[in-house]
Design a protein around this ligand. Structure first.
Ligand code: NCD
Length: 301
């Protein structure tokens, strides 16, 4: 049984195999249309989602599997009656072959995995990790840049609560000579836990407070939304680093602009026409990456 809980569980080989399978999924989607035949996957979401839940569900359906789902588990499941997550998992695991779980507690996926008899796939746990997002992010970088060795990337916005960034920086440690610039306000800086992880893996991490500190030929800009729902202090809501056409003009024609979405005002819609803005393609790739993951977990050898 293979749970997907954190990006520290993957090897470089796992990633390269997943990317190759994803290429195949995209090229020959119909060939996999029975791979989850007879399987039931539960999607249980205690926090809002558009892309993650729908792309997982589309992936399950495209692989010939079936879905049982609760999209607002916080209010529409027995959680509202006081049932604990672990009791819910112990029940739902008897109904299905895998559980895709999004939860507001950063330890939820690991806790669920400890009691589940079926694989748990972490679809975002609080301000902790969001490993499947990072797999699709890495796949997107791979498709546009051909290689992740030697990559230079700016992760920016909310590095404190942004679980997509937490997972992505972990994943990038699998590659050689990666340089990560962390651009945020001081109050939203990357937590020490991740800075230490990067240091241990000998990945260069440079904390920045202004666009001027970022080289113009950086390979990737990875913008994120300020996670206001996790703030107690609403003064933090103002976006400081907005990407608009004037910012994009400073960067090389080869610099790609990514975002896990949803965006608010941190990327101006005027930038969407720029060929370097790849975030909609990124989210489209997500469905295929999730198809590959599900195939590996439920239909693989
Ligand atoms: C992200 C998330 O839920 O962490 N969205 C996503 O899954 N694509 C990013 C966000 O909500 O800002």
């Amino acid at each position: 049984m293979r749970h997907i809980l954190s990006c520290d569980q993957f090897s470089r080989k796992d990633l390269m195999e997943l990317f190759a399978l994803t290429d195949e999924m995209r090229a020959n989607t119909n060939q996999f249309s029975n791979s989850l035949q007879g399987k039931i996957v539960a999607t249980i979401f205690y926090e809002p989602s558009t892309r993650t839940r729908l792309s997982f569900e589309a992936a399950i359906l495209r692989l010939g599997g079936n879905i049982i789902s609760t999209e607002n588990a916080k209010e529409m499941s027995s959680a509202i009656k006081g049932e604990s997550l672990l009791d819910t998992i112990r029940v739902v695991d008897g109904y299905c072959d895998a559980i895709v779980l999004r939860h507001f507690d950063s330890k939820a996926a690991a806790d669920a995995a400890a009691v589940s008899s079926v694989p748990i796939i972490n679809a975002g746990s609080g301000s902790g990790e969001h490993p499947t997002q990072s797999l699709l992010d890495a796949y997107t970088i791979y498709k546009y840049k051909k290689n992740l060795d030697g990559l230079s990337i700016v992760v920016m916005g909310d590095l404190l609560f942004g679980r997509t960034v937490h997972s992505l920086v972990k994943l990038l440690t699998l590659f050689e000579n990666v340089t990560i610039y962390g651009l945020s306000r001081e109050v939203l800086a990357l937590p020490d836990e991740y800075v230490t992880y990067l240091k241990q893996k000998e990945v260069s991490y440079i904390s920045c407070r202004s666009f001027d500190e970022i080289p113009c030929d950086v390979d990737v800009i990875y913008q994120t939304r300020t996670q206001t729902e996790r703030f107690e202090n609403t003064d933090l809501e103002v976006e400081e680093f907005i990407i608009d056409q004037s910012v994009m003009r400073k960067f090389s024609p080869q610099t790609i602009l990514m975002h896990p979405l949803p965006r608010r005002n941190e990327i101006s819609p005027a930038v969407d026409q720029d060929k370097r803005a790849v975030f909609f393609q990124q989210s489209h790739y997500g469905m295929y990456v999730r198809m590959s993951l599900l195939h590996n977990i439920l239909a693989g050898k």
